[in-house]
Design a protein around this ligand. Structure first.
Ligand code: HEC
Length: 205
């Protein structure tokens, strides 16, 4: 019985976070479903987030988040309407890195269209399996630790949108300066939430 309740809670929390933006974006999605659209930011492996049964410890932390925080979080992430059925956060991050590198390559050779496409794709990266929150430490799932996210999000995802705008206007100097702030945002988030960096268990000294 306890187990069933945990499952239900997981569904309602993630459903609420992820389903609302999908509904809001229904027309854009319908257009993208018939075939590939350009740029490829509409492509995804799943049209709706798959509901996963999360561990009781995880759900306990999530349920403690204040409702205002959850609302703000939903709003902040509303533009992410691509969901992966199996990509981990690390895999999505590799995709993000690749798109960011593509953006900088475009800026350096003054190809504004290339830079803008890649920046928008990066800005709307797909959700990993089970939501990004599933990949941070349990003790970091609380309003205090996560309070840093809106600023970081504005710097990274908002920044990438500004990079795209500058790039399309062929203002590569401003785009480059904005790109610096984007990277600062990546690094800030990593210093707070990235752990398990793949250290070797064999190196003793
Ligand atoms: C909201 C916080 C956050 C932001 C912003 C963020 N990352 Fe990450 N990133 C993470 C977390 C958490 C991990 C570790 C995931 C794991 O190991 O499960 C990670 C891991 C990575 C990794 C994998 C590193 C490894 O050791 O395998 C790469 C690459 C990466 N991020 C690139 C980026 C880039 C590029 C940006 C900026 C455009 C960025 N990230 C922005 C949270 C973030």
């Amino acid at each position: 019985m306890k187990r069933m309740m945990t499952t239900f809670a997981a569904l309602s929390f993630f459903g609420a976070v992820a389903a609302a933006p999908a509904l809001a974006d229904a027309p854009a999605k319908a257009a993208g479903n018939g075939g590939h659209t350009y740029p490829s930011i509409e492509k995804t492996s799943a049209d709706a987030p798959k509901q996963h049964k999360m561990s009781p410890e995880f759900m306990e932390q999530v349920k403690k988040l204040p409702p205002e925080f959850v609302q703000q979080f939903k709003k902040m992430t509303a533009k992410h309407t691509r969901y992966s059925e199996d990509a981990t956060a690390r895999q999505v991050m590799a995709e993000l890195l690749s798109d960011v590198q593509c953006t900088t390559a475009g800026l350096m050779v003054e190809n504004g269209e290339m830079a803008a496409d890649c920046a928008i794709r990066a800005s709307r990266h797909r959700w990993p399996k089970g939501h990004l929150l599933a990949y941070v430490k349990l003790e970091q799932i609380n309003a205090d630790s996560l309070a840093a996210l809106p600023k970081i999000n504005g710097q990274v995802e908002g920044g990438l949108e500004r990079v795209a705008e500058f790039a399309l206007k062929k203002d590569f100097v401003s785009a480059g300066a904005e790109m610096g702030k984007v990277m600062e945002g990546c690094a800030t988030c990593h210093s707070l939430f990235r752990f398990g960096k793949g250290e070797s268990p064999y190196i003793m000294d």
